[in-house]
Structures are given as C-alpha cells and as structure tokens.
Design a protein around this ligand. Structure first.
Ligand code: ASP
Length: 343
C-alpha cells in the first residue's frame, strides 16, 4: 500500500529490551530479530517496521556523546527511507539524549521518538509494551500525507513530551518523566490526542546533522555554605569553556564578594557562565532580586527555563561550533528547538 508508513526502530539498550533468562533469572538484552516474538502485537500494525540494534546494548548511565553522534548518523543515513524513528533507550539519561539529538538534528521534518520502560519487556507487568507500541504508532502517524510530529520527543506512560523539556523525576513509578515548563505534545487514551498548538513546525530546509560536541563543561551547584575552596577549584578547572551555575529560586546566589569575584575572573578569561535554577519549574529572572542583580552585571548568562539536560547539551552543541563568544551567548539565549521560553 502506497500510504503505509515505515518506521525504523533503533535499540541502544536499557531495561526495555531485556528479558529474563529462564534458567538463571538474569536480565539480558534480547535478540531484536525476534522482536515480534516478544511483542506479537506488532504484527497487527499496518506499518513497515525495521530494526537496528547497537552491537553492545548499554545501560543508559553509560551514555556518551559518541553514541549521540552514532545515533544522528544512523538517522541521517536512513532519513529518506523511513517516515519516523523510534529509539529504545534506558530511562536514566533519556532526557539528555533527547535534548542532545534535538540540537544535533536541524530542520527535522520527521518524528524521532525515544521510549523505554521501567520493567523489561519480557516481564508480565511490563510498561514496555505499551510504551513501544504507542511510540511506533506516533512515529508512523501522518495527516494529509505529512508526519504529525516533526521533533525529538519522549513517549512514556501515555504522554508524549518535547524531549528537550523533560527530566527523569521518578525511578520507581511508570510515570517517570516530567516536563514542567512545557505542556505535553500528545496524550494516549482510547485515541492519541495531539495537542497541535504545542508542536514544533517541520524544518523548512534540508536536514542538517551536527556531529561535533564539546564536553569541557563544569557544573557548580550552589548550596548554603558552599566554600570558596570548592567554588574556586571548579571555576579554575583547566580547559573548561563553560560553567552551568545551578542557582536558587529565580536565579539567585550568594552575594559574598569572593563569590562574585571568582565568577567575574572566569568571565574575563572568556568562560561562559550559564545560570539555571535548581527549581524544576519556573525560570531564571536575573535582576528580580538583589541576589541576582550582580550576576547580571558581571555577565552571567540567564538560562531562562532551560532544564539541566538541555543546558548541558546546548552548551556541548554550541561550543563545538567554534563561534565567537558573542554569537554563542546570543544562541544560548535564543529558542533554537523549542527548548526555552524567550521573554
Ligand atoms: N538503568 C536503566 C537505563 O537507564 C534504567 C532504564 O532502562 O530505565 O539504562
């Protein structure tokens, strides 16, 4: 049938692709060639489904930017052959991967849906089957011959989220992800309801794939009583190009003179300091309180409502492009892939 959608399933690892060995009880990755044996429901789909499994499936806590490069290259080389992509991935770092991929794939005009599960697919109570089946359905979904979703997202426990807005907030419940600063893209119930007004528009030009990432980034998470010794050690780490400053509330920090001076010296050396809040919901507003005015004055960049995952991967993406500092700073504060709400 001409209108039959085709979906490529890419298995990177994680709990979802595991089955319990009948004799030892151990969880081990299953052979993806027998996917339909594990999930016979897939045979009922009117979708052309192909799969690729990474030779060594990983627990996503071992995720690395090199794997993100492998993933975008796989999508690039199969881009014209499929209508959509589903990436099976461990939930632990899924939000980092989804955020990274969103930046690395410019002008995306097809769905890239990441999913996984809290229980392996071979376990009776698994959440993996529903997640997998609906993620495939979303990746195949079209309206008037065009894909409905044209961005990198996460499907988990009946909700589709913009990937770069999510974080993993629960390690025990099936409902593992939250997207506090951006509403869900779709909800799956009896039907899949797409919240059309929340979706990104498809990219207009050709797909552009970025394969360089810079990981010389440090994180300084503030707490009351943080010492100058530790602060200084982090800020003066040799070779760092950017520091993510995790502040309180609406982007506030201690006003102690030594702290401001340490930051100021780093900025003078050309290091970018990006201010994001420790609050999962809300945003940084530098200058709202006296405790953030100084930060603004010395040139700390506001990360608005970026998640930590998006802040890390956006910096990795921008720093690798050898742009001048001014342009890097401008793009950091620009909404590139729906990852931040501009003021
Ligand atoms: N540790 C696992 C992983 O992230 C957990 C999961 O798959 O959900 O790979």
């Amino acid at each position: 049938m001409a209108n039959k959608s085709s979906v490529l399933l890419i298995y990177t690892g994680g709990t979802i692709g595991m089955i319990q060995d009948a004799s030892s009880g151990e969880l081990k990755p299953f052979d993806f060639k027998s996917l339909t044996k594990q999930v016979p429901e897939l045979n009922k789909f009117d979708i052309d489904l192909s799969s690729i499994a990474f030779p060594k499936p990983i627990d996503s806590s071992n995720m690395h930017p090199n794997v993100w490069v492998q993933l975008v290259k796989t999508i690039q080389s199969n881009y014209h052959k499929y209508d959509g992509f589903v990436i099976l991935h461990g939930s632990d770092t899924m939000s980092f991967t989804a955020s990274a991929l969103s930046f690395m794939l410019e002008n995306l005009a097809k769905p890239v849906v990441l999913t996984g599960s809290q229980l392996p697919i071979g376990i009776i109570r698994t959440d993996g089957k529903e997640n997998l089946i609906t993620a495939i359905e979303i990746a195949a979904a079209k309206e008037k011959g065009k894909p409905i979703i044209t961005e990198v997202c996460i499907y988990f426990e009946y909700k589709l989220y913009r990937g770069n807005r999510t974080f993993k907030f629960n390690s025990a419940h099936f409902d593992a992800f939250k997207s506090p600063n951006y509403p869900a893209l779709a909800e799956a119930g009896v039907t899949i309801h797409y919240n059309k007004g929340n979706l990104l528009k498809p990219g207009k030009g050709q797909l552009k794939v970025y394969t360089k990432l810079e990981n010389d980034i440090a994180v300084l998470k503030l707490f009351p009583g943080i010492s100058q010794k530790i602060t200084s050690a982090i800020i003066n780490t040799k070779g760092i190009k950017a520091i993510i400053l995790e502040t309180f509330g609406a982007g506030n920090a201690t006003t102690q003179a030594w702290f401001i001076k340490e930051l100021q010296q780093a900025i003078k050396k050309g290091i970018i300091i990006l201010n994001i809040t420790q609050c999962p919901e809300g945003r940084v507003i530098q200058g709202m309180y006296e405790t953030s005015s100084q930060l603004k004055k010395i040139g700390v960049i506001s990360g608005a409502d970026l998640t930590f995952e998006s802040a890390v991967t956006k910096l990795m993406f921008l720093l690798a492009q050898d742009l001048n500092k001014q342009k890097t700073v401008r793009l950091l504060q620009t909404n590139l892939r729906g990852e931040l709400t501009q003021e």
